[in-house]
Design a protein around this ligand. Structure first.
Ligand code: P70
Length: 439
């Protein structure tokens, strides 16, 4: 525990950017669910069985078998984390001048597409941009938007469609199985590939089980397999669903693309049987898959997020609805209506929450959205959110109650809150390192 005066100093020194705080100065860390999960005894035991051979480690073959069994793709290329896989697939499939449609941008995914010469096009349904819409599958792609794009630019210039499940920037919102089938059908007619961002696909599968009657009695594992069957490849950040602190992969069916990926990975990550990871990391991820698909686990995990969301709703805090899988997203536009978007409402709210309580959260608004690559202007996203992200198997219900009380305390003094001014901005993924001062 630190004092309010201490935290005032700490956040000012961090340029009002929660990524620049030291973790020792944080009381409850809801920055991210990425790599912050608690590994199980079974995973730790697996770490002791690391086969640290340079080539052909046993742990690679175990992971490969698990990915084939649970995700259903033929080939596996391990990478150090999700963006390593995004880099490989973008470099292989995108030609300069191509378009890459997807269900809302994700920061690292879009950047790798742009660095490969592509242009990301948002084809998510309109409901996803409305924090108050109660639509149950706000991660769905809008098939009209997608087919208009294909008609406008021609199928040859569409590298592939990125389908995220769940959609992080929309508030951890799921895509339905029906939509996955429809996307598959439309793209197949044009010979366009589908690449799934499977980072939180297990959480997505749970929502399908809850909300799509056809799947009410299916297991999460069965739903996951079917979801993946409507795509050609997946990129994966194992640091989320798969309950590890580091790791990721690219998994795919096409032999030729696999050969290219297996070749390129040795340039950027490491040999094709370790991809920048130690053998023990591969083993922890292989074991994590099996734990992650257990219905009881995923029910408890999403149930915890729901518990916090329901409590916040009951005291009138504006959050994104429906409550998402990995996080609660505060709607900063409604929380701090006195601030203009260029006074960075979500960045401000994240800083205020830290000062109030030592709780660390993350901005997901105009700072995250970055600048237009052609005009250099800020992108102005409709959603201006603060993410309270829950690591898996880490916090208790008592922590959750402290979080709710802290948000309420800031809400009670919301009228006094002033905005921020940007004073330093790096070129790539600016939200990680941008600095601010108080207005
Ligand atoms: C987060 C993390 C990572 C992520 C993701 C989806 C849907 C790919 C990745 C990349 C970490 C993060 C990343 C950028 C900005 C803020 C935070 N999301 N796809 O906290 O995976 O990090 O392993 O390279 O959510 O949401 P990786």
């Amino acid at each position: 525990m630190t004092t309010r005066e201490y935290r005032e100093r700490a956040i000012a020194e961090a340029g009002y950017n929660t990524f620049l705080l030291r973790s020792r100065d944080v009381y409850i860390d809801l920055l991210t669910d990425s790599g912050t999960n608690a590994m199980s005894d079974n995973q730790w035991a697996g770490m002791m069985l690391g086969d640290e051979a340079y080539a052909g480690s046993e742990n690679f073959y175990h992971l490969e078998a698990q990915v084939q069994k649970y995700y259903g793709y033929k080939h596996l290329v391990p990478t150090h984390q999700g963006r390593g896989a995004e880099h490989l697939i973008s470099q292989i499939l995108i030609k300069p001048g191509d378009f890459v449609p997807g269900n809302m941008y994700f920061t690292t995914t879009r950047l790798h597409q742009e660095l490969a010469g592509g242009t990301f096009v948002d084809v998510i349904i309109d409901e996803a941009h409305d924090p108050e819409s109660l639509f149950p599958f706000k991660g769905n792609l809008d098939l009209n938007k997608l087919s208009h794009l294909i008609d406008r630019v021609g199928a040859q210039r569409v590298s592939y469609v990125t389908v995220a499940a769940t959609v992080n920037m929309a508030g951890g919102q799921p895509i339905s199985m029906q939509n996955l089938r429809d996307v598959r059908e439309l793209t197949a007619r044009h010979g366009i590939r589908v690449v799934l961002d499977a980072t939180r696909a297990i959480e997505n599968a749970w929502f399908i089980k809850q909300r799509e009657p056809e799947f009410a009695t299916s297991s999460v594992a069965e739903i996951l397999r079917e979801m993946c069957s409507y795509s050609d490849a997946c990129t994966m950040s194992g640091k989320k669903d798969l309950l590890v602190n580091i790791g990721g992969f690219l998994a795919l069916n096409d032999q030729e693309i696999f050969e290219e990926a297996r070749n390129l990975v040795v340039v950027y990550e490491g040999l094709h049987t370790y991809g920048g990871l130690a053998g023990r990391d591969l083993e922890a991820m292989a074991r994590g898959i099996e734990e992650a698909v257990q219905d009881d686990h995923i029910e408890a995990r999403i149930g915890q997020v729901e518990y916090v969301g329901e409590r916040l709703l009951s005291i009138g805090i504006p959050i994104v609805l429906p409550i998402g899988g990995h996080a609660i997203f505060l709607d900063a536009k409604r929380f701090l209506p006195q601030l203009k978007q260029l006074e960075f409402p979500a960045q401000t709210l994240a800083a205020e929450l830290y000062v109030e309580s030592g709780i660390r959260t993350m901005e997901r608004g105009i700072v995250s959205a970055g600048r237009n690559t052609e005009t250099g202007e800020h992108n102005f996203p409709k959603l201006e959110l603060v993410r309270l992200t829950f690591p898996r198997r880490v916090y208790t219900q008592a922590h959750c109650d402290v979080v709710t009380e802290a948000v309420e305390a800031v809400y009670d003094r919301r009228q006094e809150v002033r905005g921020l001014e940007m004073v330093y901005e790096p070129k790539y993924l600016r939200f990680f390192q941008t600095r601010f001062e108080r207005l």
